[in-house]
Design a protein around this ligand. Structure first.
Ligand code: NAD
Length: 371
C-alpha cells in the first residue's frame, strides 16, 4: 500500500505525522511511504533522514494521493480536495469540528480522528491527547520559568536567600500532572486543583498540595466523577466555593498554569480578572486552555500579553514548540493505530467491532460518522 505524509500547512504547526523510525517500520511491513519534501524540516527531520529510513521523497500531490494519508491536523479547505476519494486519512482531525468533518465526508475519504479514542488501557499506546498534553504541560512550565523574572528553586547564597516560586496548577489531567512534575524538578512549591476527586492522590504523590473543595451535595459528587475519565461541567455551588479557594492561592502565586478542559465545551473560567489584579507584579499565567477560550478571560489566544503587571501566555499549540519529540510520540501513536486498520495481508480494513476503530471513525462513504 502507498502511505503518504504531506507537510503540515497550518500556521505554527511544526509537527509531522511520521518519523524515520515509523517510516522504517512501515517499510518493513511492505508499504511504500511517500513523504512530501520538507515535511519534517520544522521537526528537525530532513528529507535525507526519511530517505535513509526507506521513505520516498515526493511532491505534495504524491503524498496527498496515497491510499492512506497520515496527518497531524485536519486538512484545510484548500487541502481536502487533494485527498483521493476512497482513500483513508488518519490524524488529529478534531471530532468536535463539524465543518472539518463534513469537509472530509465531502472529499469521500474514510477518516479516523485519533483524539476520539477511548481512554482505556488498550488504547494507551495510541492516545494522542495524552502524548501531546504531556508535552504541553512540560513546555508550559519551561515558558513560565523563562518569563518569570525570579528563580523557581529556593537558593541560599552568600548574597542572601531567594524564596522558592509558588506555582498553582488548575486542572490536573495529563498536562497538569506533567506541569506539577516539571515545576517540582525546578524546585517550586506547588498547589493544584481539579474537580475530579481521584486526582488528589496523584497530586500528593508528586509532592504538591491538593486544594480541597469538598462536595456538599450528591449532585456535586456525581458531576465530579465525570464520564470516561473526563470532567463534566460542575454545579455552580461547587464552582463558587472552588473560586474562593483558588482566589486565595492565586493571589499568593508567582506562576499559575491552567489546563482545565471539558471535552467539546468552552473552557471553564477559573482565573477571573479580579484574581489577576490581585497577583504580584511580574507573576506569570500560562493558559493551556487558550484554544478553547481560555481559563482566564484576559488570555489572548496565540499571544503573550502583560495585563495588571501579570504576563499572560496564550500559546495555542505548545506541543508544536517541542516539535521533534512531539512528532516522535505522535508518529508512534499513529503507527499503533494503523495496526488496527491494516490487516495481515497489508490491506486496509475496517473492524467496527473494535471499540477504538469505531470511536475514531469520523467519516466514511460520503457521510460524517460519530460512534
Ligand atoms: P482534559 O485535558 O480533558 O482536562 C484537563 C483537566 O481539567 C482534567 O483533569 C479535568 O478534570 C480538569 N477540569 C475540568 N474542569 C475543571 C474545573 N472547573 N476546575 C478544575 N479542573 C477542571 O483531561 P485529560 O488530561 O485529557 O485527562 C482526562 C482523564 O483521562 C484523566 O482522568 C486522565 O487520568 C484520564 N486518562 C486515562 C488514560 C487511560 O486510562 N488510558 C489515558 C490518559 C488519560
Amino acid at each position: 500500500m502507498r502511505i503518504g505524509v504531506p507537510a503540515e500547512t497550518m500556521a505554527g504547526e511544526t509537527r509531522v505525522a511520521a518519523t524515520p523510525e515509523t517510516v522504517k517500520k512501515l517499510k518493513a511491513l511492505g508499504h511504500q511511504v511517500c513523504i512530501e519534501s520538507g515535511a519534517g524540516v520544522a521537526a528537525s527531520v530532513p528529507d535525507a533522514a526519511y530517505a535513509a529510513a526507506g521513505g520516498e521523497i515526493a511532491d505534495a500531490a504524491g503524498a496527498w494521493g496515497a491510499d492512506l494519508v497520515l496527518k497531524v491536523r485536519c486538512p484545510s479547505e484548500a487541502e481536502a480536495p487533494r485527498l483521493r476519494a476512497g482513500s483513508t486519512l488518519v490524524g488529529m482531525l478534531n471530532p468536535f469540528d463539524a465543518e472539518g468533518l463534513q469537509r472530509l465526508a465531502t472529499a469521500g475519504v474514510t477518516a479516523y480522528a485519533l483524539e476520539a479514542a477511548p481512554r482505556t488501557t488498550r488504547a494507551q499506546s495510541m492516545d494522542v491527547l495524552s502524548s501531546q498534553a504531556n508535552i504541553a504541560g512540560y513546555k508550559a512550565v519551561m515558558i513560565a520559568a523563562d518569563r518569570y523574572q525570579r528563580f523557581f528553586p529556593m537558593l541560599m547564597t552568600a548574597a542572601g536567600t531567594v524564596k522558592a516560586a509558588r506555582v498553582v496548577i488548575l486542572g490536573v489531567g495529563v498536562a497538569g500532572l506533567q506541569a506539577i512534575a516539571t515545576a517540582k524538578r525546578l524546585g517550586a512549591v506547588i498547589e493544584a486543583s481539579d474537580v475530579r476527586p481521584s486526582v488528589k492522590e496523584q497530586v500528593e504523590s508528586l509532592g504538591a498540595k491538593f486544594i480541597d473543595v469538598p462536595y456538599e451535595t450528591a449532585e456535586e459528587k456525581e458531576a465530579a466523577e465525570g464520564v470516561g475519565g473526563y470532567a463534566r461541567p460542575m454545579p455552580q455551588s461547587w464552582l463558587d466555593r472552588q473560586k474562593a479557594e483558588v482566589a486565595k492561592r492565586v493571589a499568593q502565586a508567582d506562576v499559575v498554569i491552567t489546563t482545565a478542559l471539558i471535552p467539546g465545551r468552552p473552557a471553564p473560567v477559573l482565573v477571573t480578572e479580579d484574581m489577576v489584579r490581585s497577583m504580584k507584579a511580574g507573576s506569570v499565567v500560562v493558559d493551556l486552555a487558550a484554544p478553547q477560550g481560555g481559563n482566564c478571560p484576559l488570555t489572548e489566544p496565540g499571544r503573550t500579553v502583560v495585563k495588571h503587571g501579570v504576563t499572560l501566555v496564550g500559546e495555542t499549540n505548545l506541543p508544536a514548540l517541542v516539535a521533534a519529540d512531539a512528532s516522535s510520540l505522535y508518529a508512534r501513536n499513529v503507527l499503533d493505530f494503523l495496526k488496527l486498520i491494516i490487516n495481515k495481508e497489508g490491506a486496509l480494513h475496517m473492524d467496527l467491532q473494535d471499540d477504538i476503530v469505531a470511536a475514531c471513525l469520523v467519516a466514511h462513504e460520503g457521510a460524517v460518522k460519530r460512534a
